[in-house]
Write a protein of this length. Structure first.
Length: 322
């Protein structure tokens, strides 16, 4: 039988400008981008007169593993965690710019998958990848900067929570942490593929960020480092104590089953697991919240985060501690 060989084209084969042209050709541009890839810089509309800006760095082996996640997954995740930061300010995302470092032998099919992941995640919010840069590196490195527009609204910061406010969450909690634990145990894809996918591709509740601003949220944060830790940022910035009722935390059956499989506590995943990119916000007590938001606690006088009558200290992700 005759064997057919397929020759993979690599980044080194195309060169820097060939790769840039290939990436740009796969990315649609939405109306907020006046000038996209191909020039020295992009031009993005700022109809509000203010621009929300955030940036993240993702390193292979630290934030993702290519044996666990496809290129498409990595693109979705890299875009999602930056877009979530924009909506956590109550803004609408408009554009991303991406810096990409990768080995020269990276297959162009892999680059295509990464590009498609970025493009499809951005399309969920009507944002564009407006430009970026590439370079050769030993590992895959992604530097992502996201831009957003406030639409005339005041930004929702971490510093506005007041005693008497209710604390509510929108989106999934603990799923990404459970997925990571399952992947580390080699139990993810066969038994709990949905949780493995939650680690690979978060699902931020994008519409809830600007929606919370309209509802009058007094403070808000993206849950990237763990619920307790990110609530701690709100408590510190606002000069208040946040009291969480553990009985109110959402623990779906899937999470409970995975925890039983591994002998772990699902409540700990919900409280300290990061990378779900849910939103947590404080609202005035008289606000009627839509179904996407679940009240989990309240704001009181004092400091720190209190769960089960205990003030939390080391809870959540820290790049230079864990």
């Amino acid at each position: 039988m005759q064997q057919t060989w397929r020759c993979a084209i690599t980044a080194a084969d195309l060169g820097e400008f060939g790769i840039i042209a290939r990436i740009a050709g796969r990315l649609p541009q939405f109306p907020a981008v006046l000038l996209g890839p191909g020039d020295d810089a992009a031009v993005v509309r700022a109809p509000d007169g203010r621009v929300v800006v955030t940036t993240d760095l993702l390193l292979e082996g630290r934030h993702f593993r290519r044996d666990w996640s496809s290129a498409y997954d990595i693109g979705r995740k890299a875009a999602a965690q930056n877009l979530a930061d924009v909506v956590a300010m109550g803004a609408d995302p408009t554009a991303l710019v991406v810096g990409l470092g990768m080995p020269g032998d990276t297959a162009t099919d892999w680059v295509d998958g990464l590009t498609d992941g970025f493009g499809e995640e951005c399309a969920l919010v009507g944002a564009s990848v407006a430009g970026g840069d590439i370079a050769r590196s030993d590992l895959v490195v992604l530097g992502v900067t996201a831009l957003g527009d406030l639409g005339g609204r005041a930004p929702v910061t971490r510093s506005g929570a007041r005693p008497g406010d209710v604390v509510a969450v929108a989106g999934r909690l603990g799923h990404a942490a459970a997925g990571l634990a399952l992947l580390l145990a080699g139990r993810a894809d066969d038994a709990f593929p949905e949780l493995a996918d939650a680690h690979r591709r978060p699902r931020p509740p994008y519409a809830c960020g600007p929606g919370a601003a309209v509802l009058g949220a007094t403070a808000m944060a993206d849950v990237s480092d763990g619920l307790v830790q990110d609530l701690g940022h709100i408590a510190s910035a606002s000069g208040v104590r946040v009291e969480v009722d553990p009985a109110s935390l959402p623990i779906p059956a899937l999470l409970a089953d995975a925890a039983a499989e591994l002998g772990q506590d699902p409540v700990e995943w919900v409280l300290t697991g990061g990378e779900d990119h849910a939103l947590v916000a404080a609202f005035p007590p008289d606000v009627s919240l839509p179904a996407e938001w679940k009240i989990i606690g309240r704001v009181a006088e004092g400091e720190g985060v209190q769960v089960r009558g205990r003030v939390g200290q080391r809870s959540g992700w820290d790049h230079f501690r864990d």
